[in-house]
Design a protein around this ligand. Structure first.
Ligand SMILES: Nc1ncnc2c1ncn2[C@@H]1O[C@H](COP(=O)(O)OP(=O)(O)OP(=O)(O)O)[C@@H](O)[C@H]1O
Length: 334
């Protein structure tokens, strides 16, 4: 086992989430393949970003990792143990150690409860800590997220969006997690506040050695925070690799199209805007062959009929694309 393998806290293999859905009376049920065979690993103290258009399966993955939903197939390992077969105390502990932060800080905090109560709730339910120690921990974490002791007795409506997301982060930390799944944690915030909350998340990650699964559709946010990026399309990974590699030389045509809509400071990394034709196809009737072929200017007959596998390049990036395998992507030869 290498040193970095030893540090892996959360790992998913061949994760699937298939939903049976009605297609109307007298019609057979359809199957939505929200996730269709996803693999990933994340180390302590590192951030894996999951990106892709709405509907590609990001939130489904978040629900699986936080045990809100059980995968149709596949395996999730937390600290080397299969999360899906844990029972009793082990399961309880895993629930405590993997926390989630949601997108909307307005909806995720109970408006009728004071901040102190909101923060202490997980401890009341899951621990035998006495009230004084619970309060001490809540005050400690309020400080850690840049708020004040006097905020302990206030209600959520008395805070701005950015402050509420700080409170949600503090609540996520109450149980001393190892992994935080952050589902679009700054998308609902003003751009001016986003950077502050991201910086806070990075400081906290360093201090507590947390692993983040950072879900976002906004690539400029991801570049700031992620060590590794996983690009998803219709429930599958199309490209995955170190953040610098993905941003400096995106290889899959879909990643390149996503990046062309992202403002870049470095002029060498700017890509002329690529408009993808059509919409994301339905995961109930995904196209045959490469799922992206209908929107890809590089697609040929092979892409329409056969399904590409993920292939690793010499920089540690995985790419699922026949055009890449066959050296047909002209932008990579420029
Ligand atoms: N309970 C369900 N039953 C049927 N289909 C579902 C269910 N939950 C999700 N889906 C479908 O699975 C696909 C993936 O959904 P998911 O919410 O994971 O995507 P997403 O990438 O997080 O999108 P968004 O950013 O809009 O939340 C979508 O097509 C969605 O309609």
């Amino acid at each position: 086992m290498t040193a970095s393998e030893k540090n892996i806290v959360l790992q998913g293999s061949e994760l699937k989430q298939h939903y049976e859905v009605s297609q109307g009376p007298f019609k057979p049920k359809g199957v939505v393949k929200a996730l269709d065979g996803v693999d990933f690993k994340v180390e302590a103290g590192k951030t894996l970003a999951v990106v892709g258009e709405s509907g590609c399966g990001k939130s489904t993955l978040a629900r699986q990792l936080t045990m809100i939903e059980t995968p149709t197939a596949g395996r999730i390992e937390f600290n080397g143990k299969n999360l899906l077969t844990l029972t009793g105390e082990d399961k309880k502990e895993a629930r405590e150690r993997i926390q989630i932060i949601f997108q909307n800080p307005y909806g995720s905090l109970n408006p009728r409860k004071k901040i102190g109560q909101i923060l202490e709730e997980p401890l009341v339910i899951n621990s035998e800590m006495n009230p004084a120690s619970r309060k001490e921990r809540a005050l400690y974490l309020l400080e850690k997220v840049g708020l004040k002791h006097e905020h302990y007795d206030r209600y959520p409506h008395m805070f701005s969006g950015g402050q509420r997301q700080r409170i949600a982060i503090a609540r996520g930390l109450m149980m001393n997690p190892k992994v935080v799944v952050a589902d679009e944690p700054v998308s609902a915030l003003d751009v001016s506040v986003q950077a502050q909350v991201l910086n806070l998340m990075m400081d906290i990650q360093k201090e507590f050695g947390l692993a983040y699964i950072f879900i976002s559709h906004d690539l400029s946010v991801v570049e700031h925070i992620a060590d590794e990026v996983m690009v998803m399309y219709l429930g599958r990974v199309v490209e995955q690799g170190p953040t610098h590699e993905i941003f400096s030389q995106p290889k899959h045509p879909y990643t390149r199209a996503l990046l062309s809509s992202t403002p870049r400071i470095n002029p060498e990394q700017r890509i002329e805007k690529i408009r993808l034709p059509g919409e994301l196809p339905s995961p109930m009737n995904p196209p045959l062959g490469c799922a992206f072929h209908g929107r890809c200017q590089y697609a040929n007959d092979r892409c329409k009929h056969a399904t590409p596998e993920l292939v690793e390049d010499d920089k540690g990036t995985l790419i699922r694309c026949f055009g890449y395998d066959e050296g047909r992507l002209d932008y990579l030869n420029e």
